[in-house]
Design a protein around this ligand. Structure first.
Ligand code: MG
Length: 345
């Protein structure tokens, strides 16, 4: 009987419920590649989500995954060795690497019969409330999205245009929910940014994500030291080796599996961030319940959670985490805790 690890993958187009607008782009779909890693009849699932503002594409992911030859690994249990080997094939390709990392963790969790939070020595997330995303939209569209918020306790609002104040005033005419504000590098001037942040602090915003371009490091450092709200790095940080250079510039970091190369590195980043006194947001891209369920296992280490990917899409082909009273709830299944809905197109 063959005991070898078998990696397979295929492209999948994630369709959004509403057109999603941020300061850099507008889109209706997000390309992805879904992976399976099989060992001894057990299958682990993974996913690479590929928002267009990042460098990877379905073609680049498939090209990278095609290069991975796991034939010298007889079993999935040497997770670190396997991931280091994959990492050494080529730089970059972070989402592609994440798709294998997630499938590998799912596989090992399933073989051992344990949920991943247990594998990482963590507690099951409890009262882990996630934010619900509102894109940069017309008042009419924001109104429709606010109708869908239900019992979520936090909103994540995308800003970075001349309509910023109008968007917040419109939201405030409808709800008092606390806000996470994500500017996606959309503001240009540190003084204007500070004035806006001071105003937002009075509107019950709790944090500001990536207010200025990642290239404006001196301006961001100034902003962080003067801001009444924590300033969080997203576009400025991908992997653990970058924490050192941003640790004095930002108050915290947004960790996402697609940036970090997966769970192994995301967990490492969380431990380093805690040691350095950085706040942690655990986020996601537009992803199915596969990758978002995987990330949810790390939620007990996060200060803020932004794991609403599956709520934004209409063709989720996995069943996994659920949302209860605005909090994420991990399923009772082992591994990342998902089932594939096989008849989904
Ligand atoms: Mg962001």
């Amino acid at each position: 009987m063959s005991q070898k690890l078998k990696l397979s993958f295929k492209p999948y187009t994630i369709v959004l419920k509403h057109t999603f607008a941020i300061s850099a782009s507008v889109r209706d779909v997000t390309p992805s590649v879904q992976t399976e890693l099989e060992y001894d009849g057990i299958v682990g699932y993974g996913e690479a989500s590929l928002p267009p503002y990042l460098a990877e594409t379905q073609e680049s992911v498939i090209r990278f995954l095609s290069k991975i030859n796991l034939s010298h690994f007889n079993a999935p249990f040497q997770i670190e060795e396997i991931l280091n080997f994959i990492d050494s094939i080529e730089d970059g390709n972070n989402a592609a690497k994440a798709s294998v990392d997630i499938a590998l963790h799912d596989l090992v969790g399933k073989i051992r019969g344990i949920p991943l939070y247990n594998f990482f020595g963590l507690n099951e997330p409890e009262n882990s409330f996630t934010s619900y995303s509102i894109g940069m939209d017309s008042d009419q569209m924001i109104d429709r999205k606010l109708d869908e918020v239900g019992d979520f306790k936090f909103l994540k609002v995308k800003l970075g245009s001349s309509r910023d104040k109008k968007i917040i005033e419109f939201i405030r005419s409808k709800t008092d929910l606390p806000l996470y504000v994500d500017v996606n590098q959309g503001w240009k001037d540190k003084y204007e940014a500070l004035r806006m942040i001071e105003w937002l602090a009075g509107e019950n915003a709790l944090l500001i994500e990536q207010p200025l371009s990642k290239k404006q490091t001196d301006e961001i450092a100034w902003l962080t030291s003067n801001s009444p709200l924590p300033i969080i790095a997203d576009e400025s940080i991908q992997r653990s080796d970058e924490i050192e250079k941003i640790k004095d510039i930002y108050s915290g970091i947004n960790i996402k599996l697609m940036k970090s190369t997966g769970l192994h590195e995301a967990f490492k980043m969380m431990k380093i961030a805690k040691k350095k006194g950085l706040k942690i947001m655990l986020g996601c891209m537009v992803e199915t319940s596969c990758a978002v369920s995987a990330a949810a296992h790390l939620a007990s280490l996060a200060d803020w959670i932004d794991l609403d990917g599956p709520l934004l899409i209409i063709n989720d082909n996995f069943k996994g985490l659920t949302y209860q009273n605005g909090a994420i709830k991990i399923s009772d299944l082992p591994g990342i805790g998902v089932e594939k809905i096989s008849n989904m197109i």
